[in-house]
Write a protein that binds this ligand. Structure first.
Ligand SMILES: [Zn+2]
Length: 120
């Protein structure tokens, strides 16, 4: 189902999810991106239910709820540079920069050509 991402990796995410919760096209895209970037990508978050989102006070319209988004662990500026530059070259049009993760999604129902941050 995925060359680089095991079912266990999705179960370890917060919230825990299943690889089968993910959109198959996104999963294929993510695998190709992993090949392209050439470094290990550790997922901290993947699929999230609408109910989970609402319990956190969010709208429930995140790309995560459609299985078209992941958050990738990122703790150094060099890794951040590598992932973000590769993501832009690869074709990601939606990137979020967190303190210790990078959000990537390819949800065409949401605004394209955006990079946002999660800083308070
Ligand atoms: Zn995210």
């Amino acid at each position: 189902m995925s060359k680089y991402f095991s079912p266990a990796e999705f179960q370890r995410c917060t919230p825990s999810c299943l690889i089968t919760d993910m959109d198959p096209d996104f999963l294929e895209y993510l695998d190709a991106f992993r090949e392209f970037v050439g470094i290990p990508l550790v997922l901290s978050c993947a699929y999230r239910s609408v109910a989970w989102e609402k319990s956190k006070g969010r709208t429930g319209n995140s790309a995560h709820t459609r299985g078209k988004a992941v958050d990738i662990v990122c703790n150094t500026s060099a890794t951040r540079y590598k992932i973000v530059s590769a993501a832009l070259h690869f074709g990601f049009r939606r990137i979020g920069i967190g303190k210790n993760y990078i959000h990537l999604d390819n949800d065409k129902s949401l605004p394209q050509g955006v990079i946002w941050h999660y800083y308070a």
